[in-house]
Design a protein around this ligand. Structure first.
Ligand SMILES: [Zn+2]
Length: 227
């Protein structure tokens, strides 16, 4: 089976040299899993880009002859080839079906379709999910949702927006004459998942910041990162 590229990676190595390479969804999953295992820093961007940065830090002597301790970093910046926003509701539901059955009994690829119990994802839809790097198939035919797919699903579930409420009031004075008092609008941070930030914000940017914080928490959960 062909492995289309899922990510373009920009690698800044320990010696600060920069290179780029492509990663298939399988290879990117293996890279991310190894990074998490080695306690490298894995950080998804807070925006809707689906970008992930992996940072590995090493500390040691400068050389065999020079005992000066130095700390060096290597960063791998993964940029999805297919933007997460291309995920359709139909595709989201297909990935959800596959993900829900991942633990047991699992889903397998049969004649180009992902078979999930009595239901299956049609061949054309399966092909598209593989092309976009959202689905991977193991050597034994087991289908699973890639990290790129999980990130796209999370962004689909958490479409944040900034709303606002007016605070104009009808005020009646001592003579019984009323007039509108124009108030400053207050901003709200809310999400398609039902999340509402506590409180109201006087500045729009603060509401946007609360939305980003919520989205980032959900994205970090994809990689089992907490706090
Ligand atoms: Zn949400």
């Amino acid at each position: 089976m062909q492995h289309p590229p899922a990510y373009t990676a920009k690698i800044t190595d320990y010696d600060r040299s920069v290179s780029t390479r492509m990663y298939s969804a399988d290879n990117a999953d293996a890279l991310i899993a190894a990074a998490l295992c080695d306690d490298d820093e894995v950080s998804p961007d807070a925006d809707r880009s689906g970008r992930i940065t992996i940072t590995r830090m090493i500390t040691g002597h400068r050389s065999a002859l020079d005992p000066t301790r130095v700390t060096l970093w290597r960063t791998i910046r993964l940029e999805p080839v297919c933007p997460p926003r291309w995920l359709t509701t139909r595709q989201y539901k297909d990935l959800r079906l596959i993900q829900e059955r991942e633990a047991a009994p699992g889903t397998i690829l049969v004649n180009g379709c992902v078979r999930a119990g009595v239901v299956s994802v049609p061949a054309a839809a399966t092909k598209r999910l593989l092309e976009r790097g959202w689905l991977t198939v193991g050597p034994d035919g087991t289908a699973s949702v890639s990290y790129a797919g999980r990130v796209a699903m999370t962004l689909h579930e958490h479409r944040t927006e900034t709303g606002y409420m007016g605070t104009d009031k009808w005020v009646v004075d001592g003579f019984g004459i009323g007039e509108w008092h124009i108030g400053e609008p207050l901003y709200l941070a809310r999400c398609s998942c039902g999340y509402r930030a506590e409180g109201r914000f006087e500045v729009r940017a603060m509401a946007q910041q609360a939305s980003r914080k919520h989205r980032l928490e959900r994205l970090r959960a994809v990689f089992d990162l907490t706090a």
